[in-house]
Design a protein around this ligand. Structure first.
Ligand code: ATP
Ligand code: SF4
Ligand code: MG
Length: 314
């Protein structure tokens, strides 16, 4: 089997915040392991502040972990600018974060080629026209400014810009969250088609479990800087094994028959035992004393002492 395109091994990230006299440290990632293969999409879900965007930044080399390893194509990540020559790209929630409002759309889409010294001016022009067409935009739109486009068109431009260097890995961070539902569906379909054609590996971060279920082959569920479950995409069609994942499913109305008790997922995790032990309705003494490791269960990996009880009877 070929090496995964992107791999994190026990990656840890801490941030310091606040003024010097009252510094706080946030343990944003507490030892994350993941691997994404060619043509595969890993969905990443979890509440706000659980560490999803930080995971994306670590995978892209934009945030160095304080511990652990980041591998790209099986080799340690090279943190030199342009070392990976357009092999990585990102599509963010608001296209204005990746598109300069003063640059014509065509210039923005061509920019990654210019930055990475790829192609002549003529070749870049042809590549931009072909890419705009591929994402469903008239090549004439290249002469417009971002504010002269609709939200869906702007997100298509952001996707064109991300794909122009033929990257091997793309992070989609809440890439469809700001769009109307019907436009979301078009953009998700476009992402799937483009991935089928070019085979990029993808990390698809979203609050929207339905969108994740639509595009992801596997889903990683994060809580307080840890991955508590790796589920196959199919798991998201049924009740998940981890109580926190079930809480997310119920909150997003993905399940038709929610449990009576919905897990409250706010607050800081305790320093010992399971990170969820202060708010999980299924907590037992063992949960407060012993941190559950990710263990295989059915087709999934689950970090919960009581997950086996949620397995459907054979
Ligand atoms: N540059 C930073 N400096 C200080 N703290 C940070 C920084 N970036 C993230 N954090 C903190 O790290 C934690 C994880 O943040 P992250 O942005 O990864 O969460 P997220 O899951 O993407 O949330 P959201 O769903 O709101 O986008 C949060 O507590 C956040 O406040
Ligand atoms: S280990 Fe215990 S506290 Fe943690 S999620 Fe499972 S049942 Fe809840
Ligand atoms: Mg985020």
């Amino acid at each position: 089997m070929s090496a995964p395109v992107v791999e994190l091994k026990a990656a840890e990230v801490r941030f310091a915040s606040g003024p010097p006299w009252a510094k706080r440290h946030v343990h944003a990632l507490r030892g994350i392991d993941l691997a994404i293969g060619k043509g595969e999409t890993l969905g990443l879900v979890g509440e706000s502040g659980s560490g999803k965007s930080t995971t994306g930044k670590v995978c892209l080399g934009l945030q160095r972990p304080i511990k652990g390893q980041v591998l790209f194509g099986g080799a340690p990540f090279i943190y030199r600018r342009r070392a990976l020559k357009g092999a990585l790209a990102a599509v963010l929630q608001h296209p204005q974060w990746s598109l300069n409002p003063r640059l014509h759309v065509g210039t923005s889409v061509a920019e990654p080629l210019v930055i990475n010294g790829m192609g002549t001016t003529r070749e870049r022009g042809a590549a931009v026209a072909a890419m705009l067409e591929r994402v469903g935009l008239e090549p004439a739109l290249a002469k417009r400014l971002p504010h002269q486009l609709s939200g869906g068109q702007r997100q298509r431009v952001a996707i064109a810009r991300a794909l122009i260097t033929k990257p091997r890995f793309i992070v989609f961070d809440e890439a469809v969250s700001a769009l109307d539902v019907s436009v979301q569906a078009q953009i998700l379909n476009l992402i799937r088609e483009l991935q089928h054609e070019t085979g990029f590996a993808a990390l698809f971060i979203s609050h929207d479990l339905a969108a994740v279920r639509y595009v992801a082959d596997r889903v990683a569920v994060m809580y307080a800087g840890e991955i508590v479950e790796f589920a196959s995409g199919a798991t998201f069609y049924r009740r998940a094994l981890h109580p926190y994942t079930r809480g997310l499913q119920e909150a997003s109305e993905l399940l038709e028959e929610p449990d009576a008790k919905l897990m409250d997922v706010a607050g800081q995790p305790p320093s010992q035992g399971c990170a969820l032990s202060q708010r999980c309705p299924l907590v037992i003494e063992r949960c407060r004393a012993e941190r559950p490791p990710l263990r295989p269960l059915g087709d999934d990996l689950v970090a919960c002492h009581r997950a086996r009880e949620a397995l459907p009877a054979a």
